[in-house]
Every structure is written in structure tokens, then in C-alpha cells.
Design a protein around this ligand. Sequence first.
Ligand SMILES: Nc1ncnc2c1ncn2[C@@H]1O[C@H](COP(=O)(O)OP(=O)(O)OP(=O)(O)O)[C@@H](O)[C@H]1O
Ligand SMILES: [Mg+2]
Length: 457
Amino acid sequence: MTITPKITPGTELVTVENVGMTFATDGGSLTVLENVSLTLHEGEIVALLGRSGSGKSTLLRCIAGLTAPTTGAVKYKGTALNGANPGVAMVFQSFALLPWLTVQENVELGLEARAVPAVERRERALRAIDLIGLDGFESAYPKELSGGMRQRVGFARALVVEPDALLMDEPFSALDVLTSENLRGELLRLWAEGDIPTRTALIVTHNIEEAIQLADRVIVLDSNPGRIKAELPITLPQPRDRRSPEFEALVDEVYSILTGQPSAARQPAPPTSSTSPFGAEGTEFDIALPPASTGELGGLLELLAARGGQEGLAEIADELRYELDDLLPLVDAAHMLKLAYARNGRLHLSEQGRRYAAADLLRAKEQFATLAVEQAPLVRNIVRILRRSENGFIRSETILNDLRRHFSDADAQTQLDTAIDWGRYGELYEYDADSDRILLPTHPDAARAGQTTGASA
Ligand SMILES: Nc1ncnc2c1ncn2[C@@H]1O[C@H](COP(=O)(O)OP(=O)(O)OP(=O)(O)O)[C@@H](O)[C@H]1O
Ligand SMILES: [Mg+2]
């Protein structure tokens, strides 16, 4: 593109001031962001890292002015937003292209919204298409393109408006490894050479290496609620070698930040209604169960045992080809159950963890059952309710309804599924999918439940 903005490094472009975001849920509320403040300066790329559900996309939507925060403010060049942020454009993980429009028309869309005349729209779109390597595909429809080419359209559509700030929400995570590597490299080059008509960029990712490769500054968001946990300047010169000791040390540092402090429990929920089967003790339901399967957890502990009791988290993720979102719930679960603990980017087996990894299946299950009841509030609650109940079962819908007070619908379901997996593995209770009931193992129907749905491994 011919128009290269004059960048004055350090100038504040976008400021986020004490932003908070709370959503209403079934009979409760969910605070997703709390007291988030950050500034995007000219000349820098900032990466936003955090677990799934930590509020990264929500924060981006607030910065773009697509959603108004519940508290605090977002400012563009010092002026608080009133609707869409005029200085930003977004790139989405899902590309978000209109299938009935050609590449050219999709790219022009960004300009139509800003009432740019047709001739100028056409010229600018062609320039953006050229810049991003889509030359020759102007009249193609999205379905004719590979994922990588579709995302190029996504980039062209954002860049054509020449935004001061480019916001990217996991732009590479729907692409295969090579395609994303290729596109990421090209964008970095364009940015470094000043060919991208934008002054600052914010990229959301849950890929630690990607963050460290791209960014001048990495911001780590904590979960439940999303708060800024750490800010890390990355001063390694570009291009960065992922295998250099400095790079690897930074990866370990981010792992250490992400796993260092267990996330604080969610805020106390509003008083439980009298219809809740959990009574006043129901508040324990707001402590999230890490969505880890018992099978994977066992595998992770065995891997640690095979390594003499500890291993770097980056190495584990590499070896298992796990994304952050696959690995962190397992680490959280191991931590919650006191089977392992993370320190300085490494995961260590605890004494209990060693015993667990060495035990035969029956003993492992017994040990798991004890730990789950002691350490996992949701599992403990379900066991307590079942033991108190006259008929020895509870409808899982009842539990789900209570969980929906503290979690989004999808997260509530994940909580329930995890609790069922854990409870079954520990043989604390059974689940009968046909009748949608959770039962004590001693319940007359429990054997049938085990047969019809298969005992969980
Ligand atoms: N409109 C909404 N109403 C209710 N809850 C919402 C809404 N939007 C997001 N949430 C909830 O807010 C939390 C944070 O969501 P968000 O999409 O911002 O997370 P994220 O960090 O982008 O996660 P991911 O890495 O999975 O993309 C989630 O629990 C989500 O279910
Ligand atoms: Mg997201």
C-alpha cells in the first residue's frame, strides 16, 4: 500500500481504562472482565494471552466499540467511544466473510460502511488485495479459497480502511500449522517494512510461541474474572528464533505466569434460592472444575513419572501436540487434586501424584475418589446430595440449572460433564443417560446405567 503512516513511537492511540464486563446469566451474573487497563501505543504489537474463557474476545469487542463495557471506558486518541471505534479494524478467527460476495466485494465492505465513493473503494480494495498476496483472486468467492487465502481476505478487509489499530482475534488458529506460519511471517515482514497502513496491533492468541514471536509486549489475562495478570516486554530482535535459549526462557516464563497462581475462585454468587437442592451450601458450585478428563489426567501423571517426576510445560505441550487449552485444564486438575504442582514453567509430581501414577487401576480409582471428594467442590456436593436424598438419585438437569447461575450455558454443561466423568471414574456415582439421572453406585438402577452408557475409563 502506498500510504505509510508516520509512526511516532510511544504515542497513545487506544486506552482501556478500568474496564469491567458483567453478563446476566440465569438467575445470576457472570463477571468476565474486571478492572482491565491497558494502552496501545504507536509502533508496537501487543499480544493478549489467556486461557479459554478469560475474556479476550470480550475485551477486543469492547476496544472495537462493538460492546460497551459495564464499567470503565475505552478511548481512542483520548476521546471516549460512543459506538464503534473509528480507529480500529478487526480480523476474526472465523474469517467472517460473506459467502455471496467476491473477494473484491468482501474487501470493499469495510469501506462501504465508511461511505467511501465507489471508484475510490475499488482502487483501495485492489491495493489491499495486492498487498496481502491475493492478486488474481479478486473475482473468486470465499468457497473457492483455502483457509489461508480466506484469512488473507479477512486481513485485506481490515487493512483497507487503514485503521490506526489492527485488532486480531486468534487470526491464525483456524489454519494449519504451515499456513499460519506462512501468513504470520508475511505479516511480520509487511509490518517491519512499514507497508501495513496501521500504527499499532493487538493480537489475541492462546499460543505462547505465537505471542512471543510477534509481540513487543505480551499481556497475560487471568481468568474468572479476566484481569491483567502480567505484562512482559519482549525485546528480542526480529526475526526471532524459536529455538534460541532466550526465546525458550520467555516461553517458560509465560507458562510460569499462566500456571503460577491458581485462579481465584469466582465471586460469591447471589444467595441461593430456596428451590435449589443445594441450600446455602450451594455457593460452592461457583468454584470451577477444570475441564480435564480422568483418562488424560492419568496419562499426564504417567508421563511425569516416566520423566523422573517433572518436566517443562512447553516440552509436554510439544510432545503431546497440545494447545494451551488442552494442557492448562489438566494442569489445573492435577493441581486441584494435589497430584502435581507447577513451578517456574515446570510440572512436578507430588508425593500423592507419584503414588497415583504407580498404583494399579483399582487403587488409583480409590485414591482419585478420595481426592475428588476432598478437593473438588462440585463432586463433593453431588456425593453429599446423593447420600442425603431419599431415593439415591438426582436429575442432572437440577445440577445444571444451579450451575447456570454461575456459568454460561456452555460452561455449565462442561462443568456437569466433567463432574460426571470424575465421579464415575472414582466410582462415587453413576450416570444414566436415558433417565438423565445421577445415581449412587448402590442404587438398583446403577448397574443398568453402567451398562447402557458404558463405564468411563
Ligand atoms: N454475550 C454474552 N453473554 C453471556 N456470557 C458471555 C457473553 N459473551 C461472552 N460470555 C462469556 O464470557 C466468558 C469470556 O468469553 P470470551 O469469549 O471473551 O473468552 P475468550 O478469552 O475469548 O475465550 P476463547 O479463548 O475460548 O476464545 C465466557 O465464559 C463466555 O461464555
Ligand atoms: Mg475468544
